[in-house]
Design a protein around this ligand. Structure first.
Ligand SMILES: [Fe+2]
Length: 513
């Protein structure tokens, strides 16, 4: 395998690091690599054309006091497929915080499990404040550019989706909101980007729309009863769907400057339905059974009803989790990260716009999360979601499940002992004729073979296992959110003789820096 070294970054982590989320499957990368043509076991389908992008928390410095796995710097991995071949690249997101800490040789900001006062800098980002915007949570492609985001709200960093060069931050012509943008902005099928942010100041939530021209087309405040911690949103053809979850910083402690998130089972989940270009005061709230929803899957309109699918948590604080039974120091921090701990199951809410009533039902007893769909069905009726199963006690995905929402059938694949996948994106086949006429893509961390692969499944035959295993140049850290971008959506893709070295949007991209 020919491997080009693109760059090496300063890491001050100890060689014998024992932090459970910086070692083992979570051992971070410090080297940026490019492989123009990866070795493949099996066959890369000729009609698989585009890029799989995965964001990853990838720490390079010890925390000031207490590391949380959501604190690590953003690193994006790309595996591109064209003409039956695959290329690979990994790059850090050059955030302001990452660059400042490279310069300083250590952590400057406090993570989510640390008190803000321990930060060495008084500035920072995030709804909480005085955090580093690691841009490590999510990645989407909008208007031909990859955008990385941060769950605590921050900048959107712009990356060339082929070279992964950081192109800068979204400015939206000077209209980028001071409140920042949360993770999970949504790319609508008409080319709009829908987003939200949340914070500690009234009205506590904002929603907005970016057009295909990358300009701010709409921005409105949505009043909540107080600071809340929503993580995701959804949309239909005509509506944006926001939520007011009963999980928030304890108000009595917040008044003293302490940030302690608590689930409030006595309060309902409130789901807000707002016309896509509507004023925030037009939002209609629907009350549902109390839970916290980390991720929604999709939504669509069905007569008077909005159908909303997502993952209901039976135990949002994860009190039943088996997380780290022998490690009380970490148990409290990590119990909310394991799927078996929070008990996440696919769930359907029906919101009746005529009557204001909410109906809801559990769609399966199987515990999964991180559901992905064919992006062409986003906001529209759909049938399939492809979700992950979790290793008990850990924030690790040990397999995937194809849920057929029409029949209730489930098809499963388990990666194997010591092998963990990431969020599994759907890559429609070029010329696809149906919703599941395509491929599923995930990236593994294989502790048994000490390697990583990018797996390609036929979406209609998940249980048969991958049709192609793309070998990556080293074992990469476990990571989560991913996306698929068809080559047709990527500037420079069709004309590039070699997409791995494509000029793309950023000029020659293979240069170390
Ligand atoms: Fe997320």
């Amino acid at each position: 395998m020919d491997v080009d070294i693109l760059g090496r970054v300063l890491s001050t982590l100890p060689d014998d690091d024992e932090h459970p989320y910086r070692s083992g499957p979570w051992r971070p990368q410090t080297v940026e690599r490019a492989v123009p043509e990866c070795e493949v076991v099996g066959t890369v389908p000729a009609d698989l054309d585009g890029v799989y992008l995965r964001n990853t928390e990838n720490p390079v410095h010890p925390a000031l006091t207490n590391y949380h796995p959501f604190d690590g710097d953003g690193m994006v991995h790309v595996v591109g497929f064209r003409d039956g071949k695959a290329f690979y690249r990994n790059r850090f997101v050059r955030t302001d915080g990452f660059l400042a800490e490279q310069e300083a040789g250590g952590s400057l900001w406090a993570g989510i499990a640390e008190r803000p006062e321990v930060a060495r800098r008084t500035d920072g980002w995030g709804a909480r404040g005085r955090m580093k915007d690691a841009s490590s949570t999510d990645v989407v492609v909008h208007a031909g550019v990859a955008l990385t985001s941060f769950y605590q709200c921050g900048e959107l960093y712009r990356l060339d989706p082929l070279t992964l060069d950081t192109l800068g931050k979204s400015t939206w012509g000077g209209a980028f909101p001071a409140e920042g943008v949360s993770a999970h902005p949504k790319v609508d099928t008409n080319g709009d980007l829908l987003f939200f942010n949340y914070g500690k100041d009234a009205p506590y939530l904002h929603y907005g729309v970016i057009g295909p021209d990358d300009k701010l087309a709409h921005y409105t405040g949505v009043e909540l009863p107080g600071p809340r911690l929503p993580h995701d949103m959804a949309f239909t053809e005509n509506y944006a769907i926001l939520n007011d979850p009963p999980l928030f910083w304890r108000p009595e402690l917040l008044a003293k400057g302490a940030h302690s998130a608590r689930f409030h089972p006595d309060l309902p989940l409130r789901i807000g339905v707002l016309p896509k270009r509507g004023d925030g005061r037009e939002i209609r709230w629907f009350e549902a059974e109390s839970t916290f929803v980390l991720h929604f899957v999709n939504a669509y309109e069905d007569g008077d009803e909005i159908v909303l699918d997502g993952f209901f948590q039976s135990d949002p604080e994860g009190r039943g989790s088996a997380a780290f039974p022998d490690d009380p120091a970490h148990a409290k921090m990590f119990r909310m990260l394991s799927l078996d701990g929070v008990q996440t199951r696919l769930h359907r809410w029906r919101l009746n716009l005529a009557t204001g009533a909410t109906k809801e039902e559990r769609l399966t007893d199987t515990i999964t999360e991180f559901g992905m769909i064919n992006g062409g069905h986003a906001g529209r009726p759909y049938r399939y979601t492809y979700a992950s199963t979790g290793r008990p006690g850990w924030f690790l995905f040990d397999g995937l499940v194809k849920h057929d929402l029409l029949t209730g059938a489930e098809e499963r694949y388990r990666y194997g002992d010591g092998v963990y996948g990431s969020e599994t994106a759907v890559a429609p086949r070029v010329g696809a004729r149906s919703e599941d006429d395509g491929y599923l893509i995930t990236m593994t961390t294989d502790m048994t073979e000490d390697r990583s692969e990018c797996l390609v499944f036929d979406a209609t035959r998940v249980a048969d296992g991958p049709v192609a295993r793309v070998r990556l140049p080293e074992r990469v850290s476990s990571g989560t959110h991913s996306t698929w971008a068809p080559g047709a959506d990527l500037p420079g893709w069709r004309t590039a003789q070699d997409p791995a070295a494509a000029v793309g949007l950023a000029g020659p991209g293979a240069r170390p820096r």
